[in-house]
Ligand binder design. Sequence first.
Ligand code: PMP
Length: 282
Amino acid sequence: RIVHLNGAWVAEAEAKVSVFDRGFLFADAIYEVTAVIGGKLIDYAGHVARLKRSLDALGIPAPVSDETLLSLHREIMARNDLTEGLIYLQISRGAEDRDFLFSSDLAPTFVMFTQKKPVLGNPKWESGISVITWPEGRWVNRQIKTVQLLYSSLAKMEAKKAGADDVFLVEDGLVTEASSANAHIVTAGGVLVTRPLSNALLHGITRGSVLDLAARAGLAVEERAFSPEEAKGAAEAFITSASAFVMPVVAIDGKPVGDGRPGPVSRRLREIYIEDRLASAI
Ligand code: PMP
């Protein structure tokens, strides 16, 4: 792969970042992941808007203009023949001698790379995924998309150990989200229930798009937190993310959700999301 590093195009084996980079030493960095289908960027505007919010929250200056950022996305697709997959970008505060206090004038470290994978043809769509409930243990500013992903990574390993695909993280008896996706349920009455935005969860771009599309399709949407017990008794459950789109959750802690197969609302939302986002991809 050819990766982008601070304005240069470099073979992946040659791309090097300082051991003093604050992203490496302090997880002082933010990131974004954007899906690519047919050589086009899905939900790009939302990802850029959130990128800016994350940078603002940490006081890291934007390394490039909006125009340059979009052209870098196009160039990295072209240089890597990426027609379907993901574009990962990360911006850290930069490098200086290790100290909890940091200088205000550091030059950010800006990295981008691609991952080829079948995002549309993900075979898990047909079967759905299973999750286990797991205690929430991340820091409290989960609305900022930082690279502090250790807790989520360990939690997902626990899911794998238990024979499941992912976790529903639980705080004060309520589901926050999955390890790297937002969590949703559909009640027996057909209402889409999802936790409202707060610092308890990442403000998923896919979540926002799916809620808009669901409302437009006439589905009742209720933004409130739900418990693991409510999720287990729900008609359907699903997660949303840039890489999984709408992914049905068919079992929680080993118990089937609904009839244990992807439900009609999840399927419909997945279809609507893909159709709409492909039409508006850039
Ligand atoms: N929550 C968390 C913790 C995530 O890491 C992600 C994906 N990065 C999401 C939700 C989904 O966000 P998006 O739809 O913007 O990919």
